[in-house]
Design a protein around this ligand. Sequence first.
Ligand code: KG4
Ligand code: ZN
Length: 322
Amino acid sequence: MLVLGIDTSCDETAVSVVKDGKEILSNIIASQIIHSKYGGVIPEAAARAHIQNLLPITEIALKVAKVSLKDIGLIGVTNGPGLIGALLCGLSFAKSLAFSLNIPFCAINHLLGHIYSLVLEYENLPLPMIVLLISGGHTELYLLKENLEYQLLGQTMDDACGEAFDKVAKMLGKPYPGGPYIEKLAKEGKRNINFPIPILKNYNFSFSGLKTAVLYYLKENPNYDERDVAHSFQETVFDYLLLAINKASEEFNIKNIGIVGGVAVNERLKERLYIAAKDKNYQIFIPRKELCLDNGAMIACAAYYQYQKEGGSDFNVEAFAN
Ligand code: KG4
Ligand code: ZN
């Protein structure tokens, strides 16, 4: 079955064609660079750009996959969480397309989509698995069970992990999204600033204290070296993430560790995970970069499985922000 996957949850218009929940025929992403100069996503601008992008990006996705609309058997579309205006663009588009083609569609939770990027990447994903989702909007720790059912173990109580990267980058005068800038600066820096590792409460994360610590450091040390700030901040975040992973691995006696979401593309994080893996016998699973960042393929894959389990969604299904 060919599934068209659509994600417009934030600032990327993403459309993909995936065959049978595993073979990616196309995975097209239009990034909206308009937000970079504002230091964050402007919701109304994002929605307007989605409206302009959806049709041409879908046409490209079909063309690259060498299929036409009449070959599509199912549409998967993100209906939340995300920016409500942005979500509504993708959802209304998917509903009208499904209605006019007389095919089913599945409304997909964006977070479930990120989890399915692992299913898409690895043919025989070993389960159960501890899955950490770290993106610009979310920081969540899941227990992914044998039947692909998932249990939320904990989540952030304030900023998301990627958001903390974006905010620290902004303090250093870098454009949005700041994660890649922090990673690049950190490569040349040293860990010579003692930022406090935040407290983990029952797998619930908090990044706002660390962010504030960076802010105060910059104020108190006007001659700071941005490379050392980036390096020290990044290592502290990764200490914190590893703390949660180690705790969950021990508690549930699970050695399979999956990392998904935009921050998972960070090479230093991968290095830290592989070091921990040697020490603790972990098996680490991280999808390739284009499946870690927001994309339509993970939504198509999640829709394929959701459709087998519970059929298509109702046309009155709504978008939800949180
Ligand atoms: O999953 P994603 O594409 O979108 C959301 O669902 O949010 O994640 C985007 C986030 C941004 O906060 C961005 O700064 C962060 O991922 N990110 C990184 C890196 N590349 C992207 N964070 C740290 N290091 C990176 N190399
Ligand atoms: Zn995402």
